[in-house]
Write a protein that binds this ligand. Sequence first.
Ligand code: TYD
Ligand code: MG
Length: 455
Amino acid sequence: MAKRDLSYVCQSCGAVYARWQGKCDACGGWNTVAEETNVAATVPAAQRARSKGRPVQLETLHGEAKPAPRMISGIGELDRVAGGGFVPGSIVLLGGDPGIGKSTLLVQASAALANAGHRVIYVSGEEAVDQVRMRASRLGLAQAQVALAAETNTENILATFAAGKAVQFVVIDSIQTLWSDSVESAPGTVTQVRTSAQLLVRYAKQSGAAVILVGHVTKDGQIAGPRVVEHMVDAVFSFEGDGANQFRILRAQKNRFGPTDEIGVFEMTGAGLSQVPNPSELFLSHRDAGAPGTAVFAGMEGTRPLLMEIQALVAPSSLGTPRRAVVGWDSARLAMVLAVLDARCGVRLGGHDVYLNVAGGLRISEPAADIAVAAALVSSLTGAPLPSDAVFFGEVSLTGAVRQVSQAAARLKEAAKLGFNKVVMPALGDGTSNGLEVDTVTSLAGLVAGIAARA
Ligand code: TYD
Ligand code: MG
């Protein structure tokens, strides 16, 4: 008989304890540990019978590797993040805040793939069939040949897939609503989520269908449920954006079949998500050119250049410890830039509140934004606007030197395409500037002096 006892599992990270405790030692979450019935995970009897110490066929590294075939939805921004389309037999986890548009995106993807001739099943555990239909008709996709089901039992779902013709693309919305007969915990608990995910991973590998799991995100941005689900799947995508603006960014956090630094940009409209093929134009469209404290950063997202506006506000503080508020950038990186400005350039902001914002709800992780941030800060402090036809990029080192960054050519090309005339960057090297006037900065102090001269 399977050993059955109780264990206490953190619902946020999956850590297991012998007794209940108020705080999870592993992830630091409060009140996240819940009682679950413990069922020893076993390999199914049929599988055990087949593998009686049988040697496996060994292969060589130099053999022929077939490129993964792809199912192309035709929604270019989605296909690119997937690495050029969805791979049959792969499983993808799509996370995002509630209401961000996950279901909308997947209904659109399902319809597109069905229209391309693939057999698609959309399983909703959160909404009734009627609700999904209503959304589809609002999106103008009611005619697509997508099979629908509203079901939360994993065994029933798998039996449905097995019943008809071979399925090629499956959406499960969402993994947190599923429950399996084989475990006794409530739906949404770590054990249930993990067991259902395991069953679906096995289904994807055996059947060759591409399976997309929707996952909820907790308050602090983690995909709810055990991190083990992220390890089990082939790819993890996150769908980001804030409710207040209509941009949505699809980002690959892990992808066994493609790059992880690609993003897809969408706009939420009355008729669903529409693609934004040229995001730089959109992110700069409401720019307050000529105001002090804004700088345009020529960034890269994966292989794609993206221009974005960085806004800074520096104001005298009435607080003992001045405020540092950052949206869209790393606050530790801001602290570093402020320290270098102070120590190497004599720009003292210790008595000032500093606010930094990346316009449009974007999030930058590149150190190449350092000099754009520094320029925006100094411009706000001195009140001297930066030239509105200039872009900035370059990394600042702790010594105050400005370092080269990668892919300068692509950044310059994008800036030229969007009508910018100047670039402030470290040495150009032997590349072409695409007709832009190059303002070389080798040190942060040189940049600060240049801006101060404009005041
Ligand atoms: P939804 O896809 O249900 O989000 P999720 O599955 O991530 O929870 O999207 C819901 C939001 O999108 C909702 O607030 C309404 C908005 N929306 C539009 O603005 N236009 C549309 O055409 C659709 C279908 C939704
Ligand atoms: Mg939804």
